[in-house]
Design a protein around this ligand. Structure first.
Ligand code: GLA
Length: 387
């Protein structure tokens, strides 16, 4: 559809349409910026970017969710000149230029998306990666998937101003159907881990809590600052350098709050490694305890859960889920549950009823299918477009 929207807004046909998915993190939260381990998968909700090269050095961006067309000179894009939804698109254009030190050309870009916004499913990474693959192909840049993901992180860190890690963009770029992406954020090496959900009669149920805490950005930044502070005290480059074997020694040097933050990161890395091993040996049905342990660690040690989220996780488990945990940055957003196909309706109904009884926002459960990463959807030949 975004080709049609492009033609409506810009009055001519795009050169092509690209798309990128949102993500759910199966396990490994806040480990990414600590050079640790993560295990996300790309979901079957995507952002599309219909795009065309311009002859001048103007970039114009439009979207189906705002009326305006934002226009700026290619050389004028900085953190100070862009804001709002278009910062993700324009920031990515600038990051792609600097990633490859190319001059680039003007562009017209039309963004459309069905990744829910504010649900912790990385709608912003999906915009960045859809734009990234479009720009890569239109400018003929030789860039690997992880390099495009890194340009997305640069956009978040330096243009949008969020101190995030590589998790979201890596999932959006590297996702594969029926697989999770096991990424080592230190080496940036990734491996696709088969989930075989269907064969196991299991479903990945996302439960959008509809809770978006206003302190999410501040809380995220504070957690990152605690981790950086712990590294200073411990004299390590990143918390990845603390292992299960050295954890007690490390904790002995820290204040109680920092102890909890560090314990979450170190044990979470361990849980990701164990999850990957279990997926390979026994399958998706065996990882439930690790998911719940991860949630408890986020709730009690990293302190990034929310009462609404705890209720969703507890209720899902009581209603028969194999495993459940909050996913993403925290303070609201979505939970991910592994659920037997036969129990999906019961689990969904139970979380909705429990939230309503508690006077919380009504959560929205939906089944997520692990899907392919960012790429080109179609090429529209000029001749065909004008036929
Ligand atoms: C957000 C950030 C990611 C990651 C997660 C927590 O999604 O964008 O980089 O830190 O939170 O795991």
């Amino acid at each position: 559809m975004s080709a049609v929207h492009f033609a409506e807004r810009f009055g001519y046909e795009p050169d092509g349409v690209w798309s990128a998915p949102g993500r759910v993190n199966l396990i490994g939260e806040h480990t990414d910026y600590n050079e640790g381990l993560v295990l996300p998968f790309a979901i079957d909700k995507r952002t599309t970017c219909a795009a065309a090269v311009r002859e001048d050095r103007i970039v114009r961006v439009a979207t189906t969710f705002a009326p305006e067309i934002v226009e700026i000179g290619l050389d004028e894009i900085t953190a100070d000149t862009v804001s709002g939804w278009s910062a993700y698109v324009l920031g990515m254009v600038a990051s792609m230029r600097s990633a490859r030190l190319v001059d680039g050309t003007g562009l017209d870009l039309m963004i459309d998306s069905n990744v829910p916004v504010g649900a912790g499913l990385s709608s912003s990474a999906a915009i960045e990666c859809a734009t990234g693959v479009a720009v890569r192909d239109l400018w003929g840049l030789e860039m690997t998937r992880i390099e495009v993901a890194k340009a997305g992180r640069v956009t978040e860190n330096h243009v949008v101003g969020a101190p995030t890690g590589l998790l979201d963009q890596a999932a959006s770029m590297l996702g594969e159907r029926d697989h999770a992406v096991f990424l080592d954020c230190r080496t940036e090496e990734a491996e696709s881990v088969p989930l075989h959900a269907e064969e196991a009669g299991l479903v990945l149920l996302v439960i959008d809590s509809k809770v978006e805490h206003s302190h999410a950005t501040g809380g995220y930044r504070e957690r990152k600052a605690s981790c950086d502070y712990a590294c200073e005290v411990l004299g390590v480059t990143a918390l990845r350098d603390v292992t299960m074997d050295t954890l007690d020694d490390a904790l002995a040097q820290l204040d109680p709050v920092t102890q909890r933050r560090v314990r979450h990161i170190v044990t979470e890395n361990e849980r990701v490694a164990q999850t990957v091993a279990l997926l390979q040996s026994e399958g998706l049905g065996a990882i439930g305890d690790l998911m719940v342990a991860s949630h408890v660690s986020m709730r009690d040690d990293f302190e990034i859960s929310a009462p609404e989220m705890d209720l969703i996780v507890d209720t899902a488990m009581a209603a028969g889920a194999v495993g459940a945990r909050m996913t993403g940055g925290g303070f609201g957003g979505s939970a991910i549950a592994v659920v037997r196909e036969a129990d999906v309706a019961a689990v969904s109904e139970a979380v909705v009823a429990a939230a309503q009884a508690a006077g919380y926002p009504t959560p929205v459960p939906f089944v997520a299918v692990p899907s392919h990463g960012a790429g080109r959807d179609s090429a529209i030949e000029t001749a065909e477009a004008h036929a």
